[in-house]
Design a protein around this ligand. Structure first.
Ligand code: 7TS
Length: 416
C-alpha cells in the first residue's frame, strides 16, 4: 500500500475500527470487496443500531403513551428518552420542539401543510433556492398552488453556491417563509444558513432548514443557526428508514394546526369538539414508528460517541483527496465546486453516460448513485441530464477512493 493510499484520517479518527461496526461492509459484490459510496442516498447501519431494534422487539415491544402495564411504560420511557437525545443532538431548547416524523420529506410536508395553511395567503411568496432536493420544492408548490401564492427560487452560480445578494433582494413583505437546504445532495454545497437566517429574520420571515445532508456530517446547533424549523432523516445518519426528526420553535408550533388527525394527538374528542394534545404530541397522530425511534436513538448515540467533528474532519479529508485524484482524470468534470462542501462529489465524464459509469463501477464493487438525484433544477442549471455521484460516510477510506479512481479508469477504457 502506498503512503498516499494509507487510511490516514483526521484528528485521530480510527476508520478501521469504525468499519468493523458495520456488518454489511464485510461482504463482496460481484466478487469484489464492497466499496459503498452512496451514503447521501442512505447510510449503512452499525451493529449498535441493529441490536437496539432487535432488543426492543425481543424485550420491550408495546404501544407507547397508552398502557399502564410494564412493557408500555418501558417502551414509552425509551421512546421519550430518544426525544431528549434528539433535542441534545440539535441543541434544541426544549424536548417539546422535537417531533418524530417519517423523514425529511414528511418534516417538510408537515410544515408546508400546517404552517402553510395557516400563514400563506393569495399573493404571498415562499422563497427557496436553486439547489433544493425535490422534497424541498414540491411541498411548497402544492401550498403555493392551493393558496394562489408564488414559489420563488434564489439563483446559484456556476460553482453551485447560492447568490446571497440575490437571495437578500428576493425577500420582502410578501415572503412568508424561506426554505433552504443546509447541504446540497447533488453538489455538496454547504449553505451559509446562519447568515441566511439573519437576513430572513430582519424581514420577520421564518426559516426552515432541510438538514438531510448536514446532520450526518457536522454538528448542528439550531439555536446557534437561529432557524425556526430543522428537519433530517434517520436513515442518512446511520439509523433506520422510516424515521426522522422535525425541530420547530415552540412558539411557532403552538400556533400551527395539526398536520394529521388521529389517536394520541388529542386530549378529548366529542362529535362537537376536539381538544388537541399539547406539544409535541399534537403533531404525532397514531401509533408512531417506535422501533424506528429506538434505532434512531442508538444511531445518534453512535455518532455522538465517534464525534461529529471527527467524522466531519475525516470526511473532509476524503473529499479533498477524491477531488484531487478525480480532477486528474481526463474528460472528468466535477459538478459543484463550492468553497464550502461536505461529503458529495458529483461528476460527469465526456462521452460516457452517468448510468454506464454507474454500471461499470458496480461490476468493480463500487456503489455510487447516478441520475438527477431528485434535484432536476440543479441538473438544468449545469446543462446536464444526470451526474455520477460518490458520497462519503464515516467508514470510507482513501483506499476506497483509489478503487473508485481505478474503476473510473476502467470505464474510460471500455468506452475508448
Ligand atoms: N432533502 C435532501 C437534501 C435530500 O438529500 C433528501 C434525500 C431528502 C431531502 C429527502 O429525504 P428522505 O429521507 O425523506 O427521502 N436525498 C437522497 C439522495 O440524494 N439520494 O437518495 C435520496
Amino acid at each position: 500500500m502506498s503512503v498516499a493510499a494509507k487510511s490516514v484520517s483526521g484528528a485521530g479518527f480510527d476508520v478501521e475500527r469504525a468499519r468493523a461496526d458495520f456488518p454489511i461492509l464485510q461482504q463482496k459484490v460481484h466478487g469484489k470487496p464492497l466499496v459503498y459510496l452512496d451514503n447521501a442516498a442512505t447510510a449503512q447501519k452499525p451493529r449498535a443500531v441493529i441490536e437496539a431494534i432487535s432488543r426492543y422487539y425481543e424485550g420491550t415491544n408495546s404501544n407507547v403513551h397508552r398502557g399502564v402495564h410494564y412493557l408500555s411504560e418501558q417502551a414509552t420511557n425509551e421512546y421519550e428518552e430518544v426525544r431528549r437525545t434528539a433535542q441534545k443532538f440539535l441543541n434544541a431548547a426544549d424536548p417539546r420542539e422535537i417531533i418524530f416524523v417519517r423523514g425529511t420529506t414528511e418534516g417538510i410536508n408537515l410544515v408546508a401543510q400546517s404552517f402553510g395553511r395557516s400563514n400563506v395567503q393569495a399573493g404571498d411568496e415562499i422563497l427557496i433556492t436553486g439547489m433544493e432536493h425535490h422534497s424541498n420544492i414540491v411541498p411548497w408548490q402544492i401550498v403555493s398552488d392551493e393558496r394562489a401564492a408564488t414559489l420563488r427560487a434564489a439563483p446559484i452560480n456556476d460553482a453551485g453556491e447560492l447568490d446571497l445578494e440575490a437571495f437578500s433582494k428576493m425577500i420582502g413583505p410578501k415572503t412568508k417563509l424561506v426554505a433552504v437546504t443546509h447541504v446540497s445532495n447533488a453538489l455538496g454545497t454547504v449553505n451559509p444558513v446562519r447568515r441566511m437566517v439573519e437576513i430572513a429574520h430582519s424581514f420577520q420571515v421564518p426559516v426552515l432548514v432541510d438538514g438531510a445532508q448536514a446532520a450526518p456530517h457536522m454538528k448542528v446547533d439550531v439555536q446557534a443557526l437561529g432557524c425556526d424549523f430543522y428537519t433530517f432523516s434517520g436513515h442518512k445518519v446511520y439509523g433506520p428508514t422510516g424515521i426522522g426528526v422535525l425541530y420547530g420553535r415552540a412558539a411557532l408550533l403552538e400556533k400551527m394546526p395539526p398536520y394529521q388527525g388521529g389517536g394520541d394527538m388529542i386530549l378529548s374528542v366529542t362529535f362537537e369538539k376536539t381538544v388537541y394534545n399539547r406539544l409535541p404530541y399534537k403533531f404525532e397522530a397514531g401509533t408512531p414508528h417506535i422501533a424506528g425511534v429506538i434505532g434512531l436513538g442508538a444511531a445518534l448515540d453512535y455518532v455522538n460517541r465517534l464525534g461529529l467533528e471527527q467524522i466531519g474532519a475525516h470526511e473532509s479529508e476524503l473529499l479533498r483527496y477524491a477531488t484531487d485524484t478525480l480532477s486528474a482524470i481526463p474528460g472528468l468534470r466535477i459538478i459543484g465546486t463550492a468553497r464550502d462542501k461536505a461529503s458529495v462529489l458529483s461528476f460527469t465524464i465526456e462521452d460516457i453516460h452517468p448510468h454506464d459509469i454507474g454500471t461499470i463501477l458496480d461490476q468493480q464493487g463500487v456503489a455510487i448513485r447516478t441520475g438527477h438525484h431528485c434535484s432536476q433544477p440543479v441538473m438544468q442549471h449545469f446543462g446536464v441530464e444526470a451526474t455520477a455521484r460518490a458520497s462519503f460516510g464515516l467508514y470510507n477510506t482513501k483506499e476506497e477512493v483509489d478503487t473508485l479512481v481505478r474503476a473510473i479508469e476502467r470505464a474510460r477504457e471500455v468506452f475508448e
